[in-house]
Structures are given as structure tokens and as C-alpha cells.
Design a protein around this ligand. Sequence first.
Ligand SMILES: C[S@@+](CC[C@H](N)C(=O)[O-])C[C@H]1O[C@@H](n2cnc3c(N)ncnc32)[C@H](O)[C@@H]1O
Length: 269
Amino acid sequence: MQVDKKTAEAFATSWNNLPSGSVYTFEEFEDWFYPLTEKDMVDKNVLELGCGNASLLVHLLQWRPKRATGIDLGDSVLSAQKNLAQSNYNNYEIIKGDLTQFESIEKFDIVYSIGVLHHLKKPKDGLDSVINNTKSGGRFHCWVYAKEGNGVIIYTVDPIRKVVSNLNWWVTKYLVATPLSFLYFLYAHFITKLYLSFMPLYDYSKWICKRNFLFFRHVAFDQLVTPQTVYIDKATIENWLKSYDNVEQNSTYVIFRNGNSWKFGGVKK
Ligand SMILES: C[S@@+](CC[C@H](N)C(=O)[O-])C[C@H]1O[C@@H](n2cnc3c(N)ncnc32)[C@H](O)[C@@H]1O
């Protein structure tokens, strides 16, 4: 819990120092959720565990859920509230709390956790909460950093993260994330323009090159500011999913995304 609190406070420095609104495009939001689509959300009670500044929730409300609830342990709940207040909807709620301890009485039709489990001290505790808070017959969906395809990040960026996540956030943002993301910005544009598909992070670079430099820096800062990150392999996710008696085993999926991350989920019995 103490480690997760430190992580959440670090993320709040990222989320609370951004322009208002979602950092993601609607197309990115749809891609993160697929195979879940609008028809799965209409009139449903939806829960996001680890909602940051509500960048996903502001898009999700356009899919007309009955109600959307977001939980985060950090002060990013302040920018989440502001971003949602600017939407045309009022069927949402933001709760400040530890997602691993959260136990809803009514349970939710859909529970998702995107970009969060790999930052928890005990990622499986986060998945337990995702599944515990899903109704019988409901669906859950998660996205995590993959071990596969992230060798360059694991051996270059992650050692830097372990050092700079102890520094003042603006040192990390302006003196470390800015120059590093500029180098990666040049690399990503170079390899994608020349179709160098054998180069590391090619698919991911194709995805992120649709965005401007500020988004590159946001992603780099997000990776560097957090004291806790693990990279998760497919076998671990498959074993996690198999370990739940209350998950329909023939409903589960594990999908490789952008060559360096996993989306996975299923239906609760
Ligand atoms: C990378 S952000 C992802 C935010 C959002 N899901 C998105 O995709 O934009 C991870 C978030 O998880 C939150 N978090 C980390 N540990 C948590 C915990 N134990 N309980 C609740 N939130 C937590 C952090 O505060 C942070 O906002």
C-alpha cells in the first residue's frame, strides 16, 4: 500500500500538470478497449480502477454507460473531477482510494484497468480486485506493459527510471524526459518513415508517431516518474486468468498490442 501510495502521488504530478481534457484521441481510446465496443457499454455500470485524470472516462461517457465510476489513489482525482465536469454528462463518480482494497456491494457490469496493474506492488492483487468487482455475467478488461517487445525499454529506460523517480518531478520531466523523448521522437520518425520494421519498437513507434512531441514527452514522463513498474509476459497473464474459478475460461483473450503490450480480459461466471 505504501509503495502504491508513492506511485499514485508520482502520477498525480503527471496528471495534474497537463492541459485540461483527455490526453488520448477517441481513436486511441477505442483501440485500448477493443474487443469491448460501444454496444458493450450502453446502459451499463462501468468501473475504472486507476483512472488517472479521467482521460479514458471522458471518452467512455460518449458510449452512453448508465454510470461510470473511476477510482484512483492519488490527487489526480482532482484533475479527473475537473475534466469530467467539462463533459456534457453527470452520470459519473470519482472516488479517491486504493483499488486493491475496493469492494463494491452492487458490483459492476464492466470493470477495466488500463495502464495500472504493472505499477502495483502486487499486480495480481489489482486483477483480483478487477474480477471481484465484476458482476456475474459481466466483463473485465485490462492493459499492461509486456515483457515481450520491450527489451530496449527494460535495459535502457527502466534503469534510468529507478534513479530519476527519486528526483523532484520537474527535474524528471524537463531535464530527463524532455531530452530522452526528443531522441526517441527522432528515432521513431526515422524508422517508420524508412519502414525499418526489424528495428526495436517499430509497431509502437508507428502508433505513437501519429501524435505530436508533447504526447511523446507525456508518455516518457509517465514511464520515468513512477517508482514501481514491472513488465509482464504472456504466460503470466494466461496463468493469472486460469487461476480464477469464477472466470468463464472459454471467454478469455490475451491480445498483443503495438508489439509491446497486452490487452486481456473475459467474462465472470
Ligand atoms: C499510468 S496511470 C493510468 C491512468 C488511466 N487508467 C489511463 O490510462 O489514462 C496509472 C494510475 O494508477 C493509479 N494507481 C496506482 N496504484 C493505485 C492503487 N493502489 N489504487 C488506485 N489507483 C492506483 C495511479 O495513481 C495512476 O493515476
